[in-house]
Design a protein around this ligand. Sequence first.
Ligand code: IPM
Ligand code: MG
Length: 360
Amino acid sequence: MEYKIGLIRGDGIGPEIIEEAKKVLDTTADKYGHVFHYSDMLLGGVSIDATGLPLTDETIAEAKTCDAVLMGSIGGDAATSPWYRLEPSKRPEAGLLKIRSALGLFANLRPAYLYNELRKACPLRDEIIGDGFDMVIVRELTGGLYFGKRYTEEVDGKLTAVDTLTYNEDEIRRIARRAFEIAGKRRKKVTSVDKANVLDSSRLWRKITAEVAADYPEIELENMLVDNCAMQLVRDPAQFDVILTENMFGDILSDEASMVTGSIGMLSSASLNETSFGLYEPSHGSAPDIAGQGKANPIATILSAAMMLRYSLDLDQEADAIEGAVQKALTDGYRTPDIYTEGTKLVSTSEMGNCICGNL
Ligand code: IPM
Ligand code: MG
């Protein structure tokens, strides 16, 4: 089959990790008789440099012609990059929020899985790790604080900033359904995370989630407060299967969940809309401090490409093959600096990509 894939290389380590993912995709296409046509699109700092805007209408229109979009990472060092002297709505991150909203990507899936080979990189004690853990965070991505009204004004002579957290029942229902569907294909447990002891939006979240749960009697629903969840993630991560949560809590908890797997350089993510279309990106940022040095771990992006084949192109076998090739590279002891431990083989970004291609 032929597919059109949008590529957003982005900033920092983005171009390097996308290059490796593209190698892996092309190797997979050759092996399974597919053709991937790529369309390069601008987003983030590179887009600001080229057009003055972090996201143009052209990029949005082009993304809509693709079967799926694979993205590297965007943004720079806020202390030194000129992009951060622009007003907030013109900075790289604003482009990312805008593309999520413009493409209706309300469902952000962030798997956090501990590879047995990386146990030593996991910051938790052995008895807490136990037999490992395997969870998916389902984060609502187009609502809440990220998209509520915000402004700064002077009130009684004091600068006062306002951000608003809004959710309506439809927004909660559609993301809750996604979480239950995903749990149905896994260990059949949804932990819905909120702050219902304080926030109205969380109380509505709990009510609607309970209604949705009634349609999925085979799935266990547990409610957990977000502060407790932050604690439970480091106390007993194995208790989680699917974590369902709103935008801001999901942002924070997904970084925490990725850290307990040992390296944020390993974790993929998918942002999906109501159709099969999705934007796939590593969970990590653009790491400008190591950009261009061949130190970046391309695995999160390669696993994001595998997710893209599975969710948007319906190519399960091909996705399995890529995940297997990544697993073998780890079993054979290859490590980029972020996951290196004594006794393993240190490789560069492109060597890791080549190694994974060789395993396909
Ligand atoms: C993420 C990132 C973004 C977010 C930033 C870059 C706006 O942290 O994808 O988790 O907060 O959603
Ligand atoms: Mg984040």
